[in-house]
Design a protein around this ligand. Structure first.
Ligand SMILES: [Zn+2]
Length: 359
């Protein structure tokens, strides 16, 4: 399928960053290094879409005649603009799609609106899918008895369409030296006619180990492609995630150091990490018998929901339904938060999470 503007060229190198050229149109592009790899997905999963949801819902009820199509258009742009500067790439890809749909579309007005409604709902669904993928494949607190490869293969078995994703890859000359993208050699220009192509190529070639410094990059047009690329790079590199002991949100474990807290601002000006170092939470999970119990029960519920007790066998399973599982997770997560904040004691916490787990 043809690539149309706007789109992004993404170069992965041997650092934990993605080198991204956002091509807005034929003449305008911006360069950004996104990293650590995994941060984009984690932030997407933690992104608060509630205002966007409300806006899109309100647009659903607007009746469309040619007369107020302009209002509906404006409404979709407002919806997508709510995400501006909230995430390294979500706004770019969603906005691109809105632009493509409303500007150069051969679709009828009704089809354009239906498509944009679909687009936003699809984005909300992606958040659910990737939260599950992160939890299942990469959360260090989960499914600890399985290797990453096993977890990835089990995940693909549960979601047979997932590994069928295709990404478009192309070749381009890029300033890479020793496997790293050299940002000092990037050229910024206002007028392409003024660029000295010979000097640029010589400069790129200077410390390249290759005859021509050709690199494969991904041409990414849709949000789901970008999420897929970043997720696969996480899996490939074994980049793990964890839930912050204080705020309970995911964060990326960038290196092998043991970390329990994220770098987000908690209350006031302090980050979870700064607060965590001071408060009683500093005891790690393994020191707290109730949290250890929680993890054991959590893993058991997970296994039952995904029927991992029945992999490669015909034995009857103790499966729970998706509704049961989600209801349990929601209540258990609240209980854990309350326990951590000291609102309930350890025994009450155990009673809460042990409810309805055996049948
Ligand atoms: Zn946190």
């Amino acid at each position: 399928m043809e690539i149309t503007y706007p789109f992004a060229k993404v170069f992965a190198d041997n650092t934990n960053r993605l080198n991204v050229f956002f091509l807005h149109d034929t003449e305008h592009s911006t360069f950004q290094q996104i990293g650590e790899i995994g941060g984009g997905i984690v932030d997407f999963c933690e992104l608060d879409f509630s205002a966007v949801r409300e806006k899109v819902k309100a647009l659903e009820t607007m009746t469309v005649t040619n007369a107020d199509f302009e209002d509906v258009k404006a409404g979709f742009y407002e919806a997508v603009d709510l995400l501006k500067d909230k995430h390294p790439y979500v706004h770019f890809f969603l906005n691109s799609e809105v632009v493509r749909t409303l500007w150069v579309s051969e679709k009828s007005i009704g089809e354009q609106i239906d498509y944009l409604q679909f687009l936003f709902h699809y984005c909300f669904d992606l958040q659910i899918q990737y939260s599950e993928a992160l939890e299942f494949c990469l959360n260090t607190q989960m499914l600890t008895e399985y290797t990453l490869s096993e977890r990835y293969v089990m995940f693909c078995n549960l979601h047979p369409d997932f590994p069928k994703h295709m990404l478009r890859s192309m070749y381009g000359i890029a300033p890479m030296a020793h496997g790293r993208f050299d940002t000092s050699k990037l050229i910024q220009f206002d007028n392409p006619g003024e660029v000295d192509a010979k000097a640029v190529l010589q400069n790129i070639h200077r410390d390249s180990d290759y005859s021509v410094s050709l690199w494969q990059y991904f041409a990414i047009q849709h949000l789901e492609e970008m999420l897929h690329l970043e997720f696969m790079e996480m899996i490939k590199r074994g980049i793990r995630i964890k839930r912050c002991t204080l705020c309970d949100r995911y964060f990326v474990l960038a290196d092998k150091r043991k970390r329990d807290y994220c770098d987000r601002i908690y209350k006031g000006k302090r980050t979870c990490k700064q607060l965590g170092a001071k408060q009683k939470f500093h005891e790690s999970v393994s020191d707290d018998i109730y949290l250890v119990q929680f993890q054991t029960i959590y893993n058991r519920m997970y296994s039952r929901y995904y029927r991992m007790d029945a992999w490669d066998s015909d034995k009857p399973t103790n499966k729970i339904t998706e509704e049961e599982f989600k209801a349990w997770i929601a209540d258990a997560s609240n209980a854990r938060q309350e326990y951590r904040q000291g609102t309930i004691c350890g025994e009450d916490f155990l009673v809460r999470i042990s409810k309805n787990i055996d049948r």
